[in-house]
Design a protein around this ligand. Structure first.
Ligand code: B12
Length: 235
């Protein structure tokens, strides 16, 4: 147990320097069918790593030039690999990333096992304190058994009066059970979509949970541009 705490404490401190956090973890089951570790041993635990609120953005902005190759088309993904790769190596772990795919690793399903998040009507997961202002950057598969307590919480959307997220999108891209990403992208890419493009998704911003943790403006614009770039490649 002492060794497990040391691993987590070391990792937590190293991640904090990059504005990242441990978001929880869980013991691996046989049916997870996860890859073996770099030395061939089976992985025993999953640690989920992510960002909450605006903490990651200044760290990314300050080290981007040093850590991301010039001309990178996915600078945040390349930055994540540059930050997590060496940490993973030191722990004898294997790092997996949400952006590797298709096929993609099931990060949202893993998140539900690791921490108190719930599906929101916007298809992204809501956290009782962080609201919609959080994301996942990597998991580490570890050779050690690390134990985590997962909090049980109610889904905030169930008691949210009026669910403002579902009426805030100017083009009705959210139905509560689906997201029309091409309708969203067409609007965000147009003159009428300047507000969403530059200040972030209006539906996500309408959520009252964790509203004070909304990303800084530059980060909002960065994610929207990355989303648009992916959609433009598809159409
Ligand atoms: C592909 C993808 C997209 C595509 C979606 C294409 C499509 N229509 O399928 C596009 C490019 C549109 C997209 C956009 C965005 N995405 Co995206 N995306 C992904 C990605 C890379 C893969 C998803 C996937 O296919 N997983 C594979 C399946 C097998 O995984 P899974 O966990 O088992 O799947 C779960 C979900 O599908 C979910 N699910 C299934 N049905 C439903 C229905 C409802 C109502 C809900 C709530 C969930 C849900 O439950 C499944 C089981 O738990 C994930 C990262 C990842 N690896 O998961 C990010 C991810 C889901 N995206 C994320 C985000 C933040 C966004 C954006 C908001 C980005 C932005 N602009 O800022 C936008 C808007 C999304 C929105 N409002 O819905 C985050 C969500 C974080 C969170 N809080 O949950 C993720 C996890 C990436 C990350 N780094 O954290 N995305």
């Amino acid at each position: 147990m002492a060794q497990e705490s040391t691993i987590l404490a070391t990792l937590r401190a190293a991640l904090a320097a990059h504005g990242l956090e441990i978001r929880g973890g869980f013991a691996i089951r046989d049916d997870d069918a996860l890859p073996a570790l770099p030395d061939g041993a089976p992985a025993r635990s999953v640690i989920l790593i992510g960002n909450v609120g605006g903490a990651m953005w200044p760290a990314f902005a300050a080290s981007r030039e040093r850590l991301v190759p010039a001309g990178s088309t996915d600078p945040l993904d390349d930055w994540t690999r540059a930050v997590i790769g060496p940490l993973s190596g030191r722990l004898g772990a294997l790092a997996l990333y949400p952006f590797e795919g298709p096929p993609y690793f099931p990060f949202q399903r893993w998140a539900e096992r690791a921490e108190a998040v719930h599906p929101s009507p916007l298809m992204i997961y809501i956290h009782p304190q962080h609201g919609l202002w959080h994301a996942y950057r990597a998991v580490l598969l570890l050779p050690d058994e690390v134990s985590f307590a997962r909090e049980q919480t109610a889904r905030p959307c169930d008691t949210c009066a009026g669910q403002p997220c579902l009426s805030a999108c100017p083009v009705g891209a959210f139905t509560g059970t689906g997201f029309d990403d091409m309708t969203c992208a067409r609007h965000v890419d147009s003159d009428a979509g300047t507000e969403c493009r530059e200040r972030g998704c209006l539906a996500r911003r309408a959520c009252p949970v964790g509203a004070g943790l909304a990303y800084p403006r530059a980060q909002m614009a960065f994610h929207m541009e990355a989303f648009l770039a992916r959609r433009r490649n598809r159409s």
